[in-house]
Design a protein around this ligand. Structure first.
Ligand SMILES: [Fe+2]
Length: 211
């Protein structure tokens, strides 16, 4: 049974996969083995999602953790500021069309993001899962989901699903099936189907009969 907080891991996996692809495209461009392709430019949307995610954590997850494990969340907030700086450096390099600096910046961004997400998965969210009552966890996850502007939910879905495994897709879909208002869930099913194609959609419906 998927718990709401399992959705965090799915989003984290999408961040990791997206930034890894962006970083290797940036390296290829810096080496001259590929052009400056559109994969690198995806860092802008990645950062938009990262902003919604971080804002939700700062509003709901960190204060909840603070109550059961004082002084822990502070270091994660510092990480978020580091991620902002990493993004700003990448944006400067990309805007200047400096492929070497862009590749250095994607590598730095990736290294910091992986460290941060790894700590969150094994430490921060472990505290959250083990010490916070389930109803409060659900409340915090709702605040997080509320940071995504309604008109951008389809963009988020179309970004997320192709980046994650079949198991992660199943987890997220089961969470949304319960958490989203039914009309929104119905329209997201179409977005998911289009984003992952017929074969992967068939796999998802095999895992979630009646979808
Ligand atoms: Fe975070």
């Amino acid at each position: 049974m998927a718990e709401p907080v399992d959705g965090i891991r799915v989003i984290h996996n999408a961040f990791r996969n997206d930034l890894s692809q962006i970083d290797s495209a940036a390296l290829d461009a810096a080496r001259g083995t590929a052009g400056r392709d559109h994969t690198i430019g995806r860092y802008k949307f990645l950062n938009e999602v990262l902003d919604w995610h971080a804002k939700g954590e700062e509003l709901a997850v960190f204060p909840a953790v603070e109550k059961v494990a004082p002084l822990v969340a502070e270091s994660y907030l510092k990480d978020h500021h580091g991620l902002d700086a990493a993004y700003a450096g990448l944006d400067r390099a990309y805007s200047a069309r400096d492929s070497l600096e862009t590749a250095r910046a994607t590598a730095a961004f990736r290294f910091h993001l992986f460290m941060h997400l790894g700590k969150e998965d094994s430490h921060l969210y472990r505290i959250f899962r083990e010490r916070i009552p389930l109803p409060e966890q659900v409340q915090a996850m709702n605040v997080m989901a509320g940071q995504v502007p309604k008109e951008r939910f389809a963009d988020l879905t179309a970004w997320l699903y192709p980046l994650v495994s079949a198991t992660d897709r199943e987890t997220m879909t089961r969470i949304w099936q319960v958490a989203l208002p039914p009309p929104l869930f119905i329209s997201m099913k179409e977005v998911i189907h289009t984003a992952i194609g017929n074969d992967d959609w068939a796999e998802l419906t095999r895992r979630i009969p009646g979808l």
